[in-house]
Design a protein around this ligand. Structure first.
Ligand SMILES: [Zn+2]
Length: 299
């Protein structure tokens, strides 16, 4: 039996999880605290070290640490490149070396959407699927691909950027620099705006109460997500699509138009076997996935 710590850093909360493995993997401990952003990247990295110190002191035999972060990373070097949603200057910040010295175990860095996909595949709604697309819907739109039963990382862990595929040629500018990315139409504030509401929660409540504009807003976002998912299905043949992140609480309001769009567009494989579902691990998916990534043998 072995124990593995996962840290999931967001702009609002820092979550941690300890996963126990003995053939099967299970969550044995977890916690969260507000992310300390008062001193930019320095206070966030300091807080990560503090949490790792406390948890490795309290739980015996932690063999590895995984750190999940949103944005562009250089996982081989343990360095962050660009993190738009956490205050600080993140270009070139080393986050793994000091942690490895401090806790005396291997430390690996992973994009948070990739961590979500890994967690749901290993312990959640993607269990048993040979190939799976994980999609995180929130401030941005992230993704992660499981191919042949393994997380597909691509060059420096950048594979699976589901939200940055072009969905409308010459569409509105995206934060990544491209025009017409899927994220421009399916991130939380875009969905809320399309529904005519200040936030996605209000939009979902209005849509469920029969508000026509809100219903159309979700229909449209679900349609774009479904087109994006169809592209992935025909390209790599995923059999399961798992949705997570805050916006996933809208559930069927988004999943149903996604399914319809996949049905409409995918003709090269058996569409009936493709399942589009919500994640099962809730807010802990990112931390669990980071722990599983740290624990992975191929290093
Ligand atoms: Zn983009």
């Amino acid at each position: 039996m072995s124990h593995h710590l996962g840290l999931d850093v967001g702009g609002t909360n820092l979550k941690w999880a300890v996963v126990e493995r003995d053939g099967e993997s299970r969550l044995v401990k977890s916690g969260r605290l507000p992310t300390d952003t008062h001193g930019g990247e320095k206070s966030v990295v300091g807080q990560l070290l503090d949490v790792a110190r406390v948890v490795t002191g309290a739980v015996e035999g932690i063999e590895s640490v995984g750190i999940g972060m949103p944005g562009v990373l250089d996982p081989d070097a343990g360095v962050t490149r660009f993190i738009p949603n956490i205050p600080g200057n993140w270009d070139g910040v080393q986050v793994t070396d000091e942690m490895a010295r401090e806790v005396g175990s291997k430390v690996r860095l992973i994009n948070d959407a990739r961590a979500f996909a890994l967690a749901e595949h290993g312990m959640g709604a993607g269990r048993g699927a040979t190939s799976m697309l994980g999609i995180t819907l929130g401030t941005g739109v992230g993704g992660g691909l499981i191919l042949g039963g393994h997380l597909h990382l691509g060059h420096k862990g950048t594979a699976g950027e589901f939200g940055h595929q072009t969905i409308v040629p010459d569409g509105p500018r995206c934060g990544c620099g491209n025009q017409g990315c899927l994220e421009v139409f399916a991130r939380a504030d875009a969905i809320a705006a399309a529904c005519g509401k200040p936030g996605v929660e209000e939009a979902a409540a209005a849509a469920l109460a029969g508000d026509l504009r809100a219903r159309r807003g979700f229909q449209e976002a679900g349609r774009y997500l479904g087109i994006g998912a169809s592209n992935v299905v025909v390209l790599v043949g995923v059999e399961r699509i798992v949705i997570g992140g805050g916006v996933a609480s809208a559930g069927e309001l988004l999943l149903e138009p996604m399914r319809q769009e996949i049905q409409r567009r995918v003709h090269v494989t058996d569409v009936a076997r493709i399942k589009v579902v919500c994640g099962e691990l809730g807010i802990w998916a990112g931390a669990i996935g980071a722990a599983l990534h740290g624990a992975a043998e191929e290093f």
